[in-house]
Design a protein. Structure first.
Lengths: 678, 440
């Protein structure tokens, strides 16, 4: 045994320390300078799961749910997890599909995705499919039903109001509004679903989950500290009355047209029908595209929201406003009368009037009650030619300004999208049409709601609100409260009172009195309801449609506008039925039935036969289909012609370019020849 | 008797035992962190690996207690006998072993399974110590040196036959012990040179290597030309070394790769140096095996991801996403270091490395304070076994070495491993307690 220290112990110690240092050095670089490992670790183990909250519900004025969510099940498959002895036959039997379908779907799944990833096998299992599947679920390893929320329209009504949702398209994703959306997300595509998308959608939650080597979730990442909780969509409370809406839709079956009813006190829309209606439940789930195409190609165009998009000549229903402007400007007084004898002949041509008896237009009240064409044509002329104005142009512009204030000829600002503003002619339009040579006679038809004047049913109903309120209105809107909050900032603009110029109450009183007479003793007697003072105006609007290249005069539109009760108006309504005839025959009774239903909650027994008649009436003319197919053919032809022109233009360019080549060839040959000669 | 026992208690080395307990505790905690789920109702669940490890630790302490109560002369007296029994058991294992992933290194007694190769290290260490400590042994003679090498490598050969290469390689660490006891310095030079040449062979083209060797030899010859002129022996050595290097790289290495190493060894070696396996070493597919991505490459990548993603401070206890979700293979056993690296980052893993270094240096210190050669040699054996396991295991998890299936001492889950290292440590502590007496 040596007493002196053996030097080799130091060699060995140095080797130990040396290797330990090398390891620490390597660890130092590995753990502090190689960021890729952190990224890779997260990529492998952390899974970002997006949780979609349920969309907000839509509730009617009485608390009835109109649109909510329902749970459905999609069947997902992970091909990798299928047991070796998978009983395909039994599986097919449980789902009620044949083997060929199974093979086809499986092939598609395998083509699109890798084996270990879960892919949809079948969307929206029917209840019995789901029941049969879950009974034998233990046999079908690898298949898993996944729950999903879809929209449920409770009454299958008000489709055009509520709208529908669908996958966002690539074009939508480019817009700033959809910046937080990703491909495959759902968003409202029309109606309230689109308008209040941000409210209804809620806030998406992001959950960071860990997953293991086999891609199975293994719990929240960092205990869920980084997760953002999803926030459910807020509900919408509507002014809409689901019962009234359903009743209106019922009354409008087999009629083309629309109904709009507004509460004048608030501007809240009580019902909005565009007939024919469709079952909104068709436009959800995996058949949406198919059904949409079906509805789109239906000749009566149920997807077209006539209440806000269709422009109708208002016909006689405009007469209260013609009178209102006339009275307000001072062109006439209430006692002004016109000696109508069945026609208006002041403008070189004869404009027919329904009444021939003397004195039916002896004053404003009588004229409106009898809807005298001559009187109102003349009042319109008197208005635009009024002595205060320097020219007819200035008169027309004043009139135009009044109408704009009534929200005619501009967007009302209703809270569903794709509204049409209608048309109210101004001097610019006539200057263009008549090359600056026109006078009040040229445009006299406007006074009786024909000619260039086109309004949407919503505008007509809003006009009624103005008369009912004696000079003001609130922007018509559906939503009363967002998430039970009536003062939400989104609703602020609907609480704003729009006052229509300075028309004194007395003028409105006269117009209201005259409109009351319409029902009591005039053209709208069919709309009379016992115990309720209804103010109304009928309308029978002449209209034209292009058929086979010709513009043909069609059967009149049946129009009706009203509000009730006069003392304390609670409902203002406009009904338009296309090509149905007199306003008093169809639109009037329907409007009055709706008023009664709304104010009294039921229709009196006495009026049941009328109701029956209205329900049974089929006012869809056969030629609607012809016109529609003609229109579609026309559109197709226009498109084809455009494409052909484009193709033609392109081919000309191509030909030009190819001549360049030919020229070059010729030149080259020429050069070669000349060189050979030399 | 009481006074003796009290004296024994004061004579045992507290630092080694403390480090031992700390490391085992870290190991149990690491296995726990990998296995624990937030959904677990209780920490004490007997079906979990970490609880089994706790039980093994209990057994180890019990055995350690028994060892401490044993007379220290017992170990030297029975060293050769137990060594012979161990060799016999290893021999039996070759034939009666349980087939685990192609190797037959496990022996099953009833439901109890253990790896004789792990335990045999202890007895080899004892036998080597005993042999060197024998009065008739003169370690300066070639015969005795060869005998010592034979004692060290005999179990390794048997373990190689069990196809457990990693375990067999551990026995190479006894060279370091023998170096301390008198093997020439050249053994280190030759050892490191061999590793360098193998690496060079794998990394470089053979012709390039040939040119480099020749150029090196010529440069050395020119530098020592005046010596060469006088001493013929130096000339022979130089030419011999040059020839050996050439032959080694051109014939020995390819031969080993083609005929000795198995497919997965070659894959692991090449994946460590970051190269594709050349066609000449590609052994093709084993029948019944599917073509897949090089799995050892995947293992090392996942291990590196786990450790690398830990960063400086680590992800925090129980937040190891890679280890918890079982991306790292064998993460309870061979790759347990990943759990530390991921959860405690550079700080934690450095502390662990330092703990190991302290333990090994402490054992070297203990070895050097012995009066008895037996205890000294045995202590060096323990230090070198620990060193080899520690260095190779951690190096393979961080991609410094090919994947060799050996455990991280005290940390890795596994009864055999923990037991073996516990016995090593407790015998060391027991022998050290009697350092004032000379044990033969």
């Amino acid at each position: 045994m040596s007493t002196a220290a053996n030097p080799r112990q130091y060699v060995i110690s140095i080797i130990f320390i040396g290797i330990a240092s090398v390891i620490m050095l390597r660890l130092f670089f590995l753990q502090n300078f190689e960021a890729k490992y952190k990224i890779l670790a997260n990529e492998y183990a952390i899974y970002k799961k997006v949780v979609y909250p349920p969309r907000g519900a839509i509730i009617d004025r009485k608390g009835k749910t109109m649109l909510s969510n329902t749970l459905i099940f999609d069947l997902m498959v992970t091909p990798h997890n299928l047991p070796k002895n998978f009983d395909t036959m039994q599986f097919c039997k449980a789902l009620g599909i044949d083997k060929r379908t199974y093979i086809n779907i499986m092939r598609r799944v395998l083509e699109r995705n890798i084996e270990v990833r879960q892919s949809p096998f079948m969307e929206q299992l029917s209840p019995e499919q789901y029941a049969r599947f879950t009974e034998n679920a233990y046999l079908f390893n690898g298949f898993e039903p996944i729950e999903r929320n879809i929209r449920q329209y409770e009454n299958a009504s008000a489709g055009i109001v509520l709208g529908y949702i669908g996958e966002v398209s690539p074009e939508m994703l480019k817009r700033p509004r959809y910046v937080s959306y990703r491909q495959g997300d759902y968003a409202g595509l029309s109606g309230l679903e689109l308008q209040y998308e941000e409210v209804l959608r809620g806030k998406r939650g992001v959950h960071f989950q860990e997953r293991d080597k086999w891609n199975r979730p293994s719990g929240p990442y960092k205990g869920g500290v980084l997760d953002s909780q999803e926030v459910s969509g807020r509900s919408l409370d509507l002014y809409l009355d689901a019962d009234l809406q359903a009743y209106a839709e019922q009354l409008m079956t087999n009629k083309i047209g629309s109904v709009v009813a507004i509460d004048p006190q608030t501007g809240g829309i009580l019902c909005m029908v565009s007939s024919p209606t469709y079952d909104p439940n068709l436009l959800r789930g995996h058949d949406r595209a198919k059904n949409y195409s079906m509805l789109y190609h239906t000749p009566t165009r149920p997807l077209f929201n006539r209440a806000i998009q269709a422009k109708y000549p208002p016909g006689s229903t405009i007469k209260p406003f013609t009178g209102l402007v006339g009275l307000s400007v001072g062109a006439i007084t209430p006692s002004y009368g016109y000696p109508c004898r069945g026609s208006y002949n002041a403008c070189k041509r004869s404009i027919a009037c329904e009444h021939k008896d003397a004195g039916h237009a002896a004053n404003f009240r009588l004229a409106l009650a009898h809807s005298c064409n001559a009187f109102f044509c003349h009042v319109f002329r008197l208005t635009v030619d009024y002595k205060d104005f320097n020219s007819v142009k200035e008169g027309l512009q004043t009139w135009h300004n009044y109408y704009n204030n009534f929200s005619f000829g501009r967007l009302t600002g209703v809270d569903i999208p794709f509204e049409n503003g209608g048309e109210v002619p101004d001097s610019f339009l006539y200057n263009k049409m008549y090359h600056n040579s026109w006078n009040s006679c040229t445009i006299v038809f406007v006074g009786m709601g024909q000619g260039e004047l086109l309004l949407t049913p919503l505008q007509m109903a809003n006009g009624m609100c103005i008369i009912a309120n004696k000079g003001y209105y609130f922007t018509p809107h559906f939503v009363k409260a967002i998430g039970k909050n009536e003062n939400d900032s989104l609703l602020r603009k609907y609480h704003e009172k729009h006052v229509v110029l300075n028309i004194p109450d007395s003028t409105f009183n006269i117009v209201q009195q005259a409109m009351e007479d319409v029902v009591e003793s005039g053209t709208g007697a069919g709309a009379k309801i016992e115990g309720i003072t209804v103010c109304a105006k009928t309308g029978t609007a002449e209209n034209k449609a292009p058929v086979n290249g010709e513009v043909i005069k069609m059967q009149n539109h049946s129009m009706f506008v009203a509000f009730a009760p006069r003392e304390h108006p609670r409902i203002a309504i406009a009904v338009a039925i296309e090509n149905a005839g007199f306003g008093a025959t169809w639109a009037g009774p329907i409007a009055s039935l709706l008023i009664e239903k709304y104010l009294r909650d039921s229709v009196s027994v006495k009026r049941k036969p009328l109701e029956e008649k209205m329900l049974k009436a089929n006012l869809i003319n056969k030629y609607v289909f012809t016109i529609d197919s003609a229109l579609r053919a026309h559109d197709a032809a226009v498109y084809e012609a455009r494409m052909e022109r484009k193709y033609f233009a392109d081919s000309i360019k191509r030909a030009e370019d190819s001549t360049l080549f030919l020229n070059w060839m010729e030149n080259t040959i020429e050069i070669i020849r000349s060189s050979k000669k030399k | 008797m009481t006074s003796l026992r009290k004296a024994l208690f004061y004579r045992i080395d507290g630092i080694v035992l403390l480090l031992y307990v700390i490391l085992v505790a870290i190991g149990i905690m690491a296995v726990f962190s990998v296995e624990h789920r937030t959904t677990d109702v209780s920490i004490i669940m007997m079906n979990k690996t970490y609880m089994k490890q706790v039980v093994w630790f209990g057994y180890s302490l019990l055995l350690g207690f028994v060892i401490l109560l044993t007379d220290s002369k017992f170990f030297s007296s029975f060293a050769f006998l137990i060594y012979t029994v161990a060799l016999a058991v290893l021999l039996v294992t070759i034939f009666a072993g349980v087939d685990v992933k192609g190797s037959r290194s496990w022996l099953a007694v009833g439901s109890f399974r253990f790896q004789p190769g792990e335990i045999a290290k202890i007895f080899t260490a004892l036998a080597l110590a005993k042999f060197i400590a024998l009065p008739e042994t003169n370690f300066k003679t070639l015969k005795d040196r060869l005998l010592a090498i034979g004692i060290s490598l005999a179990p390794a050969v048997l373990i190689l036959l069990q196809k457990e290469t990693g375990l067999a390689l551990v026995y190479l660490c006894f060279f370091l012990v023998m170096y301390r006891e008198g093997l020439p310095n050249a053994i280190l030079v030759i050892g490191f040179s061999a590793i360098a040449i193998v690496l060079a062979t794998l990394l470089l083209d053979r012709t390039t290597l040939f040119i480099i060797f020749t150029a090196l030899a010529l440069i050395i010859a020119w530098l020592i030309r005046h010596i060469l002129r006088r001493r013929i022996m130096v000339r022979i050595i130089l030419i011999g070394t040059w020839l050996f290097c050439i032959l080694f790289s051109i014939f020995a290495v390819p031969f080993t790769f083609k005929h000795v190493l198995q497919k997965h060894h070659i894959e692991r070696i090449y994946s460590t140096i970051g190269k594709e396996v050349p066609d000449e070493y590609d052994k093709g597919l084993v029948p019944g095996e599917e073509k897949k991505v090089n799995s050892s490459e995947y293992n090392v990548l996942q291990s590196k991801i786990a450790i690398g993603s830990g960063g400086f401070w680590g992800k925090g206890f129980l937040n190891g996403t890679s280890t918890k979700n079982q991306f790292v293979p064998e993460q309870n056993t061979d790759f347990i270091f990943c759990a530390i690296g991921e959860q405690f980052g550079f700080t934690g893993s450095s502390i662990l490395v330092i703990l190991y270094a302290i333990l090994m240096l402490r054992i070297v210190y203990i070895a050097e304070r012995q009066r008895s050669t037996f205890t000294r040699v045995y202590s060096y054996c323990v230090a070198c076994i620990l060193f080899f396991h520690f260095a190779v295991n951690i190096s393979m998890t961080i991609g410094l070495m090919p994947v060799i299936g050996i455990t991280l001492p005290f940390l890795s889950y596994g009864g055999s491993s923990l037991m073996a290292f516990s016995i090593l440590i407790f015998i060391l502590v027991r022998l050290d307690a009697d350092r004032q007496t000379i044990i033969r």
